[in-house]
Ligand binder design. Structure first.
Ligand SMILES: [Zn+2]
Ligand SMILES: [Zn+2]
Length: 483
């Protein structure tokens, strides 16, 4: 077994197992078990920040611009504009409506028109700009005063706010607040005519954007590419913005964005207008695609005008992201590019699927036991239990979500996965994790049975598995077969 021990710049030594069995990874918020340590650029800024924070603060705008440019080049034309702590903070209809209004009010059709532009006129006429923008977007009073989002059913609802109404989990549902989203159900996809009618009605009702997942974050089911094609076409015809929630799928599903996989991207003529990002990115927010099906009508033909529009939005807040968060977010992007995480996620997904199907043996015959795309892997809950690994669960879902780290070389090789997870290397590897945890006074982080925080001192030192302390989980936990 090779447990690589690397010496860190601060003199601490950290054990880095070739592959660990934590596929929970804080609900998918961890892409790599070495953070951004391997990115020299951000590690140096970070180190400087700890000794001379003022000097780094002075470079704030340089760093923010660097992040913005890197983001749009990595994600091929999606510009990050608004930043928030959690995706639930951003998928709020009023925030999305204001963002669209900001983008339209600062588009070249406005700022380059001497009759309209507040930048070119001595006597700005905001009412005129507002009316122009409303006409451009096809919006009426209802879009301004009570904007709504439409969601494609199956999207996993946010933790709070308006989209929580649609959560599968009652704990979220009962704290949902704000206007209900407009639901687009499976039956609405029966024909182009039916979907278009639905979207035209939604727009009339105040819908400013349609929000969709392409991989269900709860059970890993995949949005059929032909349905996505229909959705893009109908959003285009009804002139409604399309936003894809990529919080779980960015970088992890075989392309920078899952919507850029060939089966969804197709020839690129109809692309989404926005993506929501979060989780492993280190910061949440929305990025705008100025070539999107609706955004392209705003005619942003120069990068300088895009930057200006972004500046107007960000100028409303003093610091769009705190400096340490910005450094980390930049480091993550740099590593994702340098280490080729999008391509690697596809290889990891393939290797894990091969491993799981082989080990599931006869139990896997005759039923669907694996879903998801790339390195977002949903495994039948019963099958997952056989593996003594930590996974992320939605409480009542019959699927366990395996969300492996993307930096492990062993994870792209199905034989290595088998060796480290269940084979000859598994026991010594877990013993090493146990020893390290005992030294540090920690324990396995996630309940092996239900995926929430493990809190009890009673955990398995052989398997490095713990549980949350509920009676139901205790029962399952104590019945587990040790490695
Ligand atoms: Zn539990
Ligand atoms: Zn055990």
């Amino acid at each position: 077994m090779t447990v690589t021990v690397k010496s860190m710049s601060n003199g601490h030594r950290s054990a880095e197992p070739p592959l660990d069995h934590d596929f929970h990874n804080a609900w998918g918020t961890i892409y790599s078990n070495s953070g951004f340590r391997n990115d020299d650029r951000t590690r140096q800024i970070w180190e400087e920040y700890t000794v001379n924070p003022v000097r780094v603060e002075q470079q704030y705008h340089v760093l923010l611009n660097e992040y913005t440019d890197k983001f749009q080049s990595f994600f091929q034309g999606y510009w990050p504009i608004t930043f928030h702590a959690h995706v639930s903070d951003v998928l709020i209809p009023t925030t999305i409506a204001s963002l669209i209004l900001n983008t339209a009010s600062t588009c070249p059709l406005v700022v380059e028109d001497p009759a309209l532009s507040p930048l070119l006129k001595d006597d700005p006429e905001p009412e005129k700009v507002h009316q122009f923008v409303r006409d451009l977007l096809g919006w009426t009073d209802v879009h301004i005063t009570s904007p709504k989002l439409a969601i494609v059913d199956g999207i996993y609802g946010c933790a709070y706010g308006p989209l929580a109404h649609s959560s599968d989990e009652w704990e979220y549902k009962i704290i949902g607040s704000g206007p209900e989203a407009i639901h687009i159900g499976r039956s609405d996809f029966s024909s182009e005519d039916a979907l278009l009618k639905k979207l035209i009605a939604a727009k009339k009702d105040g819908c400013v954007a349609v929000v969709s997942d392409l991989v269900n974050a709860s059970d890993g089911s995949v949005f059929p590419p032909e349905s996505f094609r229909l959705l893009r076409s109908c959003c285009d015809q009804a002139r409604i913005c399309l936003l894809v929630d990529e919080a779980m799928t960015a970088i992890r599903c075989g392309a920078p964005l899952v919507s850029q996989r060939p089966e969804y991207f197709e020839d690129g003529t109809l692309q989404p207008d926005m993506v929501a990002f979060g989780k492993g990115m280190g910061i949440s927010g929305v990025a705008i695609n100025f070539n999107g099906l609706m955004m392209r009508h705003l005619a942003f033909h120069k990068q300088e005008l895009i930057r200006q529009s972004i500046r107007f939005w960000r100028s409303m807040v003093t610091r769009p992201i705190a400096t340490p968060v910005l450094i980390e977010a930049l480091g993550i992007l740099n590593l994702a590019q340098a280490e080729g995480w999008p391509e690697r996620s596809e290889q990891i997904g393939k290797a894990f699927r091969e491993f799981i199907l082989r080990l599931a043996g006869n139990d896997g015959h005759g039923k669907e036991i694996i879903r998801g795309l790339g390195a977002f892997i949903a495994v039948d809950r019963e099958i997952s239990k056989k593996f003594n690994v930590m996974a992320a669960f939605r409480r009542r879902s019959s699927w366990a979500r395996w969300i492996p780290k993307l930096n492990s070389a062993a994870a792209v090789d199905h034989q290595a996965i088998e060796r480290y997870l269940v084979g000859i290397e598994a026991k010594p590897l877990r013993r090493a994790l146990t020893e390290e945890a005992l030294k540090q006074g920690t324990k396995p982080l996630w309940c092996w049975v239900c995926g929430i925080d493990a809190i009890v001192e009673d955990w398995c030192r052989t398997c490095f598995l713990g549980y949350c302390g509920t009676e139901a989980c205790a029962q399952f936990f104590h019945a587990h077969n040790c490695l």
